[in-house]
Write a protein that binds this ligand. Sequence first.
Ligand code: UDP
Length: 424
Amino acid sequence: MVSTLHRVAMVSLHTSPLDQPGTGDAGGMNVYVLALSRRLAARGVEVDVFTRSTDSTLDPVVDVTDGIRVHHVSAGPYEGLTKHELPAQLCVFAREVLRAEAYHPVGYYDLVHSHYWLSGQVGALARDRWGVPLVHTMHTMAKVKNAALAEGDTPEPMARLIGEEQVVEAADMLVANTDDEARQLVDLYGADPGRVQVVHPGVDLDTFRDVGTRAARERLGLPVDGELITFVGRIQPLKAPDVMLRAVAVLLRERPELRSRLTVAVVGGPSGSGLERPDVLVRLADELGITDSVRFVPPVAQAGLVDWYAASSLVCVPSYNESFGLVAVEAQATGTPVVAAAVGGLTTAVAHERSGLLVEGHEPASYAAAFARVLLEPGLRDRLAEGARVHAAQFGWDRTAEAMIEVYAAAHEKMRADLSGLAL
Ligand code: UDP
């Protein structure tokens, strides 16, 4: 660890690590920021998280636990702003972050770590003002997202593309979730390969563990000897929960004997463009004639989510794109195989034929075939379940934090080298 690393300013402008993930703008990034902060604090690195306040009742500063504080920064109206309206609040948010630091002695923060491009813009300013390195994690990238849009989804605006390019240029080090993402940063955004480091996100292996399928089903009030196919996540076209429902309809047509035994769960709340049509999946289930088999479950805290994963015969992650896909790893950590789209980070999060099945494309029939294999092929489910536990075990957050501390050290080195280059 860098001996000078005492305190990190974590910027998470558009979503707070204290929000319930699985709905609105709260998802994997929130889980990531909080889990990483906890592991850093456990290693003696204090973390101050700056996020935009979205509720007038929030305290300006919340002590989450020893070594982690969340600052609710006032920037724009509390409610009603969409992510696309936030660029207009960047200046005031940045001003408030700089003001908060001005109360402290010089050199209070050793490093800024920003998450998502909006925070990167603020991080870049803080970097220059405080003279400390900027580490940035993209979480998602507009150019990648626009290349794999779900039908009817709106492309990310040019302002975001340009904003991301600026952050890539400003950051001392960029963190990529996977090798694929590292390549995209270099190929699509022109990042210097020497400034890109792959750090896999993690999974909380204490929370997401094998709690037993039967016990989990009993706790959830589900039939213990039936089958359960589950989707978990923010409900929006990019995540393709509709593909899973269509695939279930195909499966039930081909295997009508499953109808009385199969439950399908959709866990999570509307998000992004999904907010415009919150009942779209309820209507789709009705059109497909599978309403009786489907349960819609509002977002569940992680301590309860473990039961949904463990109770499932399989968890389906059919997204058009995922930077990583925490849901896939969490499900596997409980010993549940995953059927996922062979896209982006999911090809790292899921080991094809070992911990789950990766499906090319988004044809419902292909997912139905994968479901049928996991549910019906003798021995396959048990083999994948064992592989799932093993595969997920390599993604603990402790590893993520250790690797991140190395990245922080590299960022200090880069900055020192850049400054000495300037002095020449
Ligand atoms: N999640 C949750 N409760 C829910 C649905 C989702 O806590 O009801 C969490 C889930 O455990 C995971 C995160 O939200 O940690 C989603 O992360 P992922 O990387 O799968 O998707 P993202 O939201 O980043 O697109």
